[in-house]
Design a protein around this ligand. Structure first.
Ligand code: AMP
Ligand code: GLY
Length: 423
């Protein structure tokens, strides 16, 4: 069968890489893809914001199945449009994707369905912010309601700072329309966990959990990014906790969405904080995580196509995924300056040497290929991913491979999975 993957990041490279391992797949297209994806799939130009262009592309390549990586096309309704035209596509509808596209919708949904989450207030004006702020301890989290590519969340130490950040958001200066409504939230402490499940609207199959590292700097310092590295192990959550998360988070979400008339099909990404009061939902994403997908798919031993088709066809079952007991880790290499302004077009050296390190796969997140060479083309450039029976060995392998890669201004965190190794 022919598969079309929509997107251009490290997540999409990992999806393409895994899909190609299925005996049922004869051809993979990726739109728009990137320099590294072009080695594994036929890349075609595409505009994520323009559903007509994505439909035209599907018309051109006639895929048997389309898989969407990023949130933007999902929240614009790519699944609704493809389905209306009889095209098979994996993911939630526009209405179901509101769990990610509106944080106020997600918070009210969590409250309606008694799913544990931080205390919050939804504010539409600075006046409402000033009324709500006295009810929060500091630090307080200020969140833009809409999509902000990881830049819509600011942890504020004082009420003055919170009020000034909220004011920037509400004025539209900071994030445009996405900030026209703001959510204030209690700041939670604990370890973060990315818990993903695939659903067909009723049934659920959990994926192995992963932990992302959101801040740019070692020791969780500096601004938030899309994610600077992630790891997954068999012990990151035990079976009992997995069952708890299915029972108290994933299942109530899927049942609640169905009851509200917006059946949730596709991957549901539950971003959690494991607090002293128990796990609490920080956010939902309506798609695979990036970079979590890279270490998660490295551990997947069964056929990804089968599992995704089960979601479309309404036959998801607990055993859809078979996992390796190995640990895996992804270290993201980014452009100097990211998540702020950065330069592109820097030549990437050492990829061949890195690929020779045992158990390593280098996924491309933001590169171009020209005349057989690779150049940086984004904030996150590569996801150096490694697998091994022991987490320590996987980490060692990923860093050994990363040390062989160079480009001007390259940055990567040196402490991915370090906390897990200490435990
Ligand atoms: P979100 O887009 O809501 O997941 O927020 C992005 C990141 O901000 C999360 O992964 C956390 O690191 C941090 N964050 C969000 N909400 C909270 C909260 N209530 N308490 C502490 N940190 C948070
Ligand atoms: N790594 C966080 C995300 O995919 O949103």
């Amino acid at each position: 069968m022919k598969i079309l993957v929509i997107g251009s990041g490290g997540r999409e490279h990992a999806l393409v890489w895994k899909l190609r391992q299925s005996s049922r797949v004869s051809k993979v297209y990726c739109a728009p893809g990137n320099g590294g994806i072009a080695d594994d799939a036929e890349c075609l130009p595409a505009d994520m914001k323009n559903l007509e262009s994505l439909l035209a592309l599907a018309h051109q390549v006639q895929p048997d199945l389309t898989i969407v990586g990023p949130e933007l096309p999902l929240t614009l309704g790519v699944v609704d449009e493809f389905t209306r035209r009889g095209l098979r596509i994996f993911g939630p509808t526009k209405a179901a994707a509101r769990l990610e596209s509106s944080k106020s919708f997600a918070k009210e949904f969590l409250q309606r369905h008694r799913i544990p989450t931080a205390h919050y207030a939804i504010c539409n004006s600075l006046d409402e912010i000033h009324h709500a702020l006295p009810h929060f301890h500091m630090p307080v989290v200020v969140k833009a309601d809409g999509l902000a590519a990881g830049k819509g969340v600011v942890i504020c130490k004082s009420k003055d700072e919170a009020s000034s950040v909220a004011s920037e958001m509400l004025s539209g200066k900071m994030l445009g329309e996405a900030g026209s409504r703001v959510v204030l939230e209690e700041c939670l402490q604990g370890d973060e966990l990315s818990f993903l499940v695939v659903s067909d609207g009723e049934r659920i199959a959990p994926l192995v959990a992963a932990q992302d590292h959101k801040r740019i700097g070692d020791g969780d310092t500096g601004p938030n990014t899309g994610g600077m590295g992630a790891y997954s192990t068999q012990t990151i959550v035990d079976d009992q906790m997995t069952n708890w998360l299915v029972q108290h988070v994933a299942r109530p979400v899927v049942e609640g969405m169905k009851a509200e008339g917006a059946e949730y099909k596709g991957v549901l990404y539950c971003g959690l904080m494991m607090t002293a009061r128990g796990p609490m939902v920080l956010e939902f994403n309506c798609r695979f995580g990036d970079p979590e997908t890279q270490p998660i798919l490295m551990r997947l031993e069964s056929d990804l196509v089968e599992a995704l088709e089960a979601s479309i066809d309404g036959r998801v079952s607990d055993g859809d995924f078979r996992w390796s007991a190995d640990a895996s880790v992804c270290v993201v290499m980014s452009s100097g300056g990211y998540p702020g302004a950065f330069e592109v077009g820097k030549k990437v050296m050492g990829l061949e040497e890195a690929a020779k390190v045992e158990g390593v796969k280098v996924f491309h997140a933001g590169t171009n290929r020209r005349d057989g060479a690779y150049y940086t083309a984004g904030g996150r450039v590569l996801g150096v991913t490694a697998r091994s029976a022991e987490l320590a060995t996987a980490v060692h392998r990923a860093y050994e491979a990363a040390s062989k890669i160079g480009f001007e201004g390259a940055h990567y965190r040196k402490d991915i999975a370090a906390r897990a190794l200490k435990k």
